[in-house]
Design a protein around this ligand. Structure first.
Ligand code: MN
Ligand code: MN
Length: 279
């Protein structure tokens, strides 16, 4: 079988200082509608129909080297084993001086990436872009799943290194947690200068749950939430991130099974292209 690559990636091994894509087909703790394990290849397939040139960034992926290492084999692995495999891949990428770019899968994949980054780097910030706060202490009796993942990340990093954007769904205690820890940022017109001040040129990791987008433009996700972002909202963020030191990113929670028009996968592929161009 011909292996699928994201657009025209330059290598299947990590390149120093350049992004390394790897797929994490994990869909173990979905609580509503499963299918996100099919996302990495759906994003790669959709990337075939978009240009390598981005008019938003005036940059072309053909001129910027990046790797696509393929998908991790997470079949028949329990959750902890799967997360260990993701962490090992991330460490492998970091030891070669490259930058991890994970394609989910469910949002839980972010935790092992943060565990790995935390062993190599200190004082980096995490920007969490999502419709949901993902801050539950536990869910369905589990301490580790897609609705608790950012709480687990905050336990590793400390809430002062967490910035949350786009959140419009969560429990009252989760919103109280965000308010008392000052992690939730507004993202209206003119919010850029507040965010830039907060970033103060520190290293940044981006975790992007695609359900931050409005269901009108990205219906193909397991837990869509009304009142979301449109592409220009994300583009404003990418614009200011162009000047920042991004150490890695993940794009999670696309569900191709629910994407009957294929438009959600194309938007996901476009978002990954833009990310590759600013890393
Ligand atoms: Mn979400
Ligand atoms: Mn999430």
């Amino acid at each position: 079988m011909k292996s699928i690559q994201f657009l025209e990636s330059h290598a299947s091994t990590p390149i120093k200082n350049r992004p390394s894509i790897f797929g994490c087909p994990l869909d173990r703790t979905s609580t509503y509608r499963s299918g996100s394990d099919k996302a990495p290849n759906a994003i790669r397939q959709a990337s075939d129909s978009i240009e390598t040139y981005s008019p938003y960034r005036d940059r072309d992926l053909m001129d910027l080297k990046f790797s696509d290492l393929g998908d991790l084999d997470l079949v028949h692995k329990d959750l902890e084993q799967a997360l260990k495999i993701i962490e090992s891949m991330c460490i492998n990428i970091l030891t070669q001086g490259a930058k991890p770019v994970a394609l989910g899968g469910e949002h839980t994949v972010t935790l092992p990436i943060i565990r790995a980054l935390n062993q190599y780097l200190d004082d980096f910030l995490v920007i969490h872009i999502d419709a949901h706060s993902d801050l539950r202490q536990e869910y369905d009796g589990q301490e580790l799943n897609h609705s608790t993942v950012i709480r687990r990340v905050a336990e590793i990093m400390g809430p002062s290194r967490l910035i949350q954007l786009g959140i419009r769904s969560g429990t009252k205690p989760e919103f109280e947690w965000m308010r008392s820890n000052k992690t939730l940022y507004e993202w209206g017109k003119g919010s850029e200068r507040y965010l830039l001040k907060r970033l103060s040129n520190k290293k940044v990791y981006l975790t992007l749950d695609l359900d931050v987008m409005d269901p009108a433009c990205l219906p193909g996700t397991g837990n869509p939430e009304t009142g979301g972002w449109f592409f220009h909202d994300l583009d404003r963020l990418f614009n200011i991130m162009t000047s920042q030191n991004i150490i890695g990113a993940d794009v999670v929670e696309l569900n191709p099974v629910l994407d009957s028009s294929g438009a959600s996968s194309i938007m996901a592929a476009t978002i990954v292209r833009e990310l590759l161009l600013i890393i």
